[in-house]
Design a protein around this ligand. Structure first.
Ligand SMILES: Nc1ncnc2c1ncn2[C@@H]1O[C@H](COP(=O)(O)OP(=O)(O)OP(=O)(O)O)[C@@H](O)[C@H]1O
Ligand SMILES: [Mg+2]
Length: 238
């Protein structure tokens, strides 16, 4: 197996005085899709925030690309090549699609690099090229999610953390977003995904984790977790 691209070792983190994560460990190897599932409130989003520096872990370490990034500011984490698409497909509604994408490249100073990044995003999401002049706030939920993902791709990140990319989308867009995640993997991106759609998230995953109450509960190959009786009962409605 390759060296790990990102490792979170026994992270303890929370809000105010309250710990939400109690020693969570997660890792991703280059080229993998890793999916994280678990009930509402398990701490999945909190784990992402602790890895990208929005929350400072009280304990534990985050190592990215061989360097410790524990508690490093989010903008510096992004410059190291770790991008984050937050839960809730947040776009700048009054800005155009193109302006939203350009915002994603604020750390990139070379105009040719920005142009090349735009071309990559448009190749993955042709609809964004067609709608480049449209205000992002007037697009459908699925289209806004593509804008949010496209914005994260503008820095050519080594790893992208996607928090609930399919949440609240119509079935057509859910299928489209999962297809795009597979396309991103084929294009060489490494992905870590938090998803309530456990069946689909595990189906596309090389590996997966189940978090419960701020702790690691289960982990394994995506196919193994899909076949796990407990995962089936609790998360796959079987
Ligand atoms: N900003 C915050 N301040 C205080 N508590 C918070 C904050 N954000 C989340 N929490 C609490 O932390 C716990 C874990 O929340 P988190 O958002 O990480 O869960 P999650 O697994 O992502 O859940 P969901 O599936 O609902 O997105 C919850 O009890 C939540 O109420
Ligand atoms: Mg969440």
């Amino acid at each position: 197996m390759n060296a790990q691209l990102l490792t979170a070792y026994e992270i303890t983190a929370g809000y105010g005085a309250m710990d939400i994560l109690h020693g969570v460990s997660l890792s991703v190897h280059p080229g993998e899709i890793v999916s994280i599932i678990g009930p509402n409130g398990a701490g999945k989003s909190t784990a992402f925030k602790a890895m990208i520096g929005v929350l400072k872990p009280r304990n534990g370490r985050v190592v990215f690309n061989g360097e410790e990034i524990t508690g490093l500011r989010p903008d510096l984490v992004l410059r190291r090549g770790l991008a984050y698409v937050p839960q809730g497909r947040i776009v700048f509604p009054l800005m155009t699609v193109l302006e939203n994408l350009e915002m994603g490249a604020y750390t990139v100073t070379d105009a040719r690099e920005v142009a090349a990044a735009l071309e990559r995003v448009y190749a993955l999401f042709p609809i964004l090229a067609e709608r480049r002049k449209q205000k992002a706030g007037t697009m459908s939920g699925g289209e806004q999610q593509m804008v949010a993902i496209g914005r994260a791709l503008m820095t050519k990140p080594r790893l992208i953390l996607l928090d609930e990319p399919s949440l609240g989308l119509s079935p057509k867009f859910v299928t489209l977003i999962f297809d795009k995640l597979i396309e991103m993997k084929r294009a060489g991106f490494t992905l870590m995904i938090v998803e309530q759609n456990a069946a689909r998230a595990l189906a596309i995953a090389d590996r997966g984790y189940v978090l419960e109450l701020g702790r690691n509960r289960l982990e394994g190959a995506g196919t193994a977790l899909l076949a796990d009786p407990e995962v089936k009962r609790l998360y796959l409605g079987g």
